[in-house]
Design a protein around this ligand. Structure first.
Ligand code: COA
Length: 258
């Protein structure tokens, strides 16, 4: 059986492709397990500075949870299937930058997966939605929590309550994605940005992400103090010495990640 998640390496960028194109890359248990295993492997790999997540084929990023797994399932079995660690939470607190490369349908758990990433880049053919309401369900991977923080409560209400789909232009307008590229330029556009990020100091990237993520849970006064402490913590790193010296010597920095 082919792997449900494929791993490729482009320079310092790891590309993970959810590989169930015949089911529009719906997230079943196997995909979730394989994804968790690969994310753990990549976290420990110093050769990876950034991660890109996408879906196989032309049509879909991820069309949601595998609906086939819901039929006849008890609440206890569903709760077990949703036990921690969950891919959404692992990605939302991942120490390396994660970019969603959204190549098509981005629905339900797919939209929640994208919302758990740090940056979202969509093909102009991508379509987005939280259609769980049509199944007698609500989002269960952060769609009522991360999504409103990303796009605002009103837009999240509209998507979750109506179940309707929106196109890439509208997703860009409401802040659900940060960039849109023509379908045939999606990979190059994504890898260019991912490569640029992956070339920075891994240590500093981690601290920058931690500070930015804190803005989603802290009051601004508290967050500003936290940022000051993390900024000062950077002064203990070899990479801060190297970055400043490289600037003063007018040469590119050579990051050690220490
Ligand atoms: N779970 C399981 N299988 C799914 C799926 C999902 N979330 N989304 C699509 N598939 C399967 C279809 O059942 C079909 O399988 P089959 O060929 O064995 O019948 C295959 O993927 C292709 O999908 P199909 O519906 O034929 O494509 P389409 O272009 O007509 O429609 C969608 C595309 C995305 C509009 C439609 O597949 C859909 O509504 N999917 C469900 C989306 C959803 O509700 N997600 C939230 C889940 S909680």
């Amino acid at each position: 059986m082919p792997a449900t998640v494929l791993r490729e390496q482009e320079g310092r960028v790891a590309l993970l492709t959810i590989n169930r194109p015949d089911k529009l890359n719906a997230l079943n248990q196997q995909v979730r397990d394989d994804m968790l295993a690969l994310l753990a492997e990549i976290e420990a790999d110093d050769g990876v500075g950034a991660v890109v997540i996408t879906g196989a084929g032309e049509k879909s990023f991820v069309a949601g949870a595998d609906i086939g797994e819901f039929a006849g399932r008890s609440p206890f079995d569903q709760r077990h299937a949703m036990r921690s660690p969950r891919i959404f939470d692992v990605m939302a607190s991942y120490p390396k930058p994660v970019i969603a490369m959204i190549n098509g349908f981005c629905l339900g758990g797919g939209c929640e997966l994208a919302a758990s990433c740090d940056i979202r880049i969509a093909s102009d053919r991508a379509r987005f939605g939280q259609p769980e309401i049509n199944l007698g369900l609500i989002p269960g991977g952060g769609g009522t929590q991360r999504l409103p923080r990303l796009i605002g409560l009103g837009h999240a209400m509209r998507l979750v309550l109506s179940g309707e789909m929106i196109d890439a232009a509208e997703a860009l307008r409401i802040g659900l994605v940060e960039l849109v590229a023509p379908a045939d330029e999606l990979r190059a556009t994504t890898l260019e940005l991912a490569g640029k990020i992956a070339a920075k100091s891994p240590l500093t990237l981690r601290v920058a992400k931690e500070a930015l993520r804190a803005s989603q849970r802290m009051a601004v006064e508290e967050g500003i103090l936290y940022e000051r402490d993390l900024f000062c913590l950077c002064f203990s790193s070899a990479d801060k010495e190297e970055g400043v010296e490289a600037f003063l010597e007018k040469r590119p920095a050579r990051w050690s990640g220490r």
